[in-house]
Design a protein around this ligand. Structure first.
Ligand SMILES: [Zn+2]
Length: 233
């Protein structure tokens, strides 16, 4: 490990839990360290999620968009937070994910992609005191949740997803919440440390998990055969 990497590691240990989203992303990108338990985390939150409605699809397998052949069409609704969040994700993970579209119908015509809406992130009706400022939905009028046909048998996410930002009562999504919702849209079903609804929406530990998800191929099984082993550095 060189001096810069050593310094980054020391800063990570002390500061990572306290840094704003963009700074944590930058710090992670210096060393790009993938922790040894990353596949275990992914097997729970992507392979067999318990909480999110992604749980019904391709159990135990890697579920993600097939970005190698065609990027994900996105209508960003002229929202600067959405544009910045996409840029941060591409820069930090180190690959292209998104192709910007100029209208909602362009995404619908492609039959796959993400459409951002504003002021429609209605929360869970059973918890009226908890205000949602962001969610992922197969239909913004029907509330949060993955559409029933979004993942095929090979683990490929392909369909139209809405990422709804800001509550109908005017509570705005922070930038970190926007990154968080894109994390869900990219295949992170359940929450984990550094990817929570409230305290830490997209912290330092969000980045290795998302990066590893897109290093695995869709449909691969989370078994010990292909489990990630971190190389000690
Ligand atoms: Zn969430």
């Amino acid at each position: 490990m060189n001096a810069i990497a050593r310094a980054a590691e020391a800063i990570e240990k002390r500061l990572a839990p306290h840094l704003p989203c963009g700074v944590a992303a930058f710090l992670w990108s210096i060393r790009r360290h993938i922790p040894a338990d990353v596949d275990e985390v992914l097997s729970q939150i992507n392979g067999l999620p318990k909480e999110s409605s992604l749980r019904g699809f391709a159990p135990g397998l890697v579920k993600r968009w097939e970005v190698e052949n065609a990027l994900i069409p996105v209508y960003a609704n002229h929202d600067p937070r959405a544009l910045e969040a996409m840029e941060l994700i591409e820069k930090t993970v180190g690959r292209d994910f998104f192709r910007l579209c100029s209208s909602e119908s362009e995404v619908k015509d492609a039959k796959r992609g993400v459409i951002f809406t504003k002021g429609q992130a209605a929360g869970d009706p059973s918890k009226p005191d908890m205000i949602a400022t962001g969610n992922v939905s197969g239909d913004p009028l029907k509330g949060p949740g993955w559409p029933h046909d979004i993942v095929d048998a090979n683990g490929v996410i392909s369909g139209v997803l809405w990422v709804n930002l800001d509550s109908p009562t005017g509570k705005l999504a922070t930038f970190e919440v926007v990154v968080h919702e894109l994390g869900h849209a990219l295949g992170l079903g359940d929450h984990f440390h550094d990817f929570c609804d409230f305290k830490r929406a997209a912290g330092f530990g969000f980045w290795p998990v998302l990066t590893r998800l897109y290093a695995l191929r869709p449909g691969a099984s989370y078994s010990s055969d292909n489990a990630y082993r971190s190389v000690s550095d």
